[in-house]
Design a protein around this ligand. Sequence first.
Ligand code: HPA
Ligand code: ZN
Length: 326
Amino acid sequence: TDFATFITGLPKAELHLHIEGSLEPELMFALAARNDVAIPFKTVDEVRAAYSFSNLQDFLDIYYAGASVLITEADFRDMAIAYFDRAAADGVVHAEIFFDPQTHTDRGIAFDTVMRGLLAGMAEAEAKHGLTSKLILCFLRHLSEEAAFETLAMAEPWLDRITGVGLDSSEVGHPPEKFARVFAAARAKGLKLVAHAGEEGPPAYVLQALDILGIDRLDHGNRSLEDPVLTARLARTGMTLTVCPLSNVKLCNVASIDEHPIDRMLREGLRATINSDDPAYFGGYIGENYRAAAIARGLGKPELATLARNSFLGSFLSDDEVAAHL
Ligand code: HPA
Ligand code: ZN
């Protein structure tokens, strides 16, 4: 349709994408065979049937199991280029992607293997599609502060190729304040700071992310809407929210796409963006997230253009680079 063509044709940045969450079942099987890794599924259909979640932890258990097929530099490259090919087809011209090094280093995969593979995929995406990208290293919040510090130390030789750090995995019970010191250390190294907050956790976690971690960008942030003072502050300060509509539905953070608050976020003056989070698990890449949200919430072309514009304003590109995209 005309509407779908308009969405695809809108140049956009993707700011909330876990590269391990882009691993499609077909590639998971191929890598399992290539690396002789056992996975608890016999067919691609069986895998897809297992992708039914009632909360974040349900999903995380399957997501970490899926990542076990990633062994070599080529595996990380293949996963990354598959994502970039798909993103480019949806009109993504810039992506700031999360990776979870601890998911790999804890299995004995070298940090350098992960980096070399992802960087190879990123270089290939730029050559092939003109799609630029940046890396954000996420600490797993269910693990310790000490483990996060060890991961930051492993990243040290690569810091010129890592734009920022983030915080993901099980939110409730692992508040941002647990990582206050490691975020301060990352800031001192010149890294940008982002954190998942207010996905399942309360508005108080968003406040901690702002006031204790000093984040530059807020991942999800949905539950901020429960606190009018916080919502007004996020709007006033121009904080970018990386919202993921289909993820919110799949993880039961909203009852259905018809009840998604994306339009309310825009009306409240929030700098909201639309992203795919873990597209291989949640049933759609960024274009499908724009389409589903637009149809369900009656977003028109001006709102869609605002969302795409917000994605560049909220990116970690330089002011000149942002201006070139607007
Ligand atoms: N939330 C928290 N951790 C994650 C997510 C998410 O949506 N995706 C991958 N790790
Ligand atoms: Zn996420």
